[in-house]
Design a protein around this ligand. Structure first.
Ligand code: HEC
Ligand code: HEC
Ligand code: HEC
Length: 135
């Protein structure tokens, strides 16, 4: 009654102990940061908009790495791209998909500009980062 795992088959509980050991031996969560959310705030807040939360994992499960990091030219570095609203409106960076064709369009400012004020350009969370509205 107190331990729900007891109801499961024997190999299940040994699986859990193996998992437990793996979890204990696992390095700090930040080691998996490449799947987390990226906060982009080079100019947004200076220009009166909330920081942008870019949910990397959300996109990564929908597209192959090479779509963005090769074909669309995003450098694999936080803050390493010259992403501005002018570029985006010009159909570059986020604007290559957020154009009402591949994904919803640029009129939904708050969907991208969803970060709390004061967040610097950085990476946040592990592979379970929640995305927009979380910070
Ligand atoms: C839909 C586009 C897209 C896809 C798909 C994508 N990325 Fe990214 N990635 C980005 C953007 C945008 C950034 C942030 C760049 C910036 O800050 O200027 C980024 C940042 C990164 C970074 C730097 C941040 C960090 O974690 O250190 C790494 C590494 C990275 N991506 C690796 C990958 C890998 C590996 C895949 C595939 C498994 C992938 N990306 C798929 C768009 C994408
Ligand atoms: C698809 C995502 C997305 C949408 C939608 C979006 N933006 Fe942005 N915006 C960005 C990104 C990414 C940046 C660069 C963030 C940074 O590093 O400062 C940015 C930057 C900005 C900046 C900073 C100055 C500049 O030119 O870069 C302003 C102001 C801005 N956006 C206004 C808006 C307004 C107003 C809307 C709605 C009409 C909007 N944005 C919609 C992603 C978006
Ligand atoms: C390769 C195409 C592609 C690129 C490039 C891209 N997006 Fe997206 N994005 C999508 C698609 C597709 C969706 C899902 C749209 C839907 O659910 O209707 C999405 C959804 C989102 C969401 C909503 C996530 C959620 O939880 O619903 C945010 C926020 C977002 N994108 C921000 C950005 C920002 C910021 C950039 C640029 C740094 C960007 N995207 C670049 C294709 C892209």
């Amino acid at each position: 009654m107190c331990n729900p795992l007891k109801k499961n088959k024997k190999q299940f509980s040994s699986l859990w102990s193996v998992l437990g050991i793996v979890l204990i031996l696992m390095p700090f969560p930040s080691a998996m940061a490449e799947y987390a959310d990226v906060i982009l705030n080079k100019n947004a807040e200076k220009e009166g908009m909330r920081p942008v939360i870019y949910p990397h994992w959300f996109h990564r499960i929908r597209f192959r790495c090479k779509v963005c990091h090769h074909e669309l030219g995003f450098k694999m570095q936080v803050g390493g791209n010259d992403i501005t609203m002018a570029n985006i409106l010009d159909g570059k960076y986020c604007g290559m998909c957020h154009n009402d064709e591949v994904a919803w369009g640029l009129e939904h400012c708050h969907r991208c500009h969803s970060g709390l004020p004061g967040l610097p350009t950085s990476i946040k969370g592990g592979d379970k980062a929640g995305g927009p509205g979380d910070y």
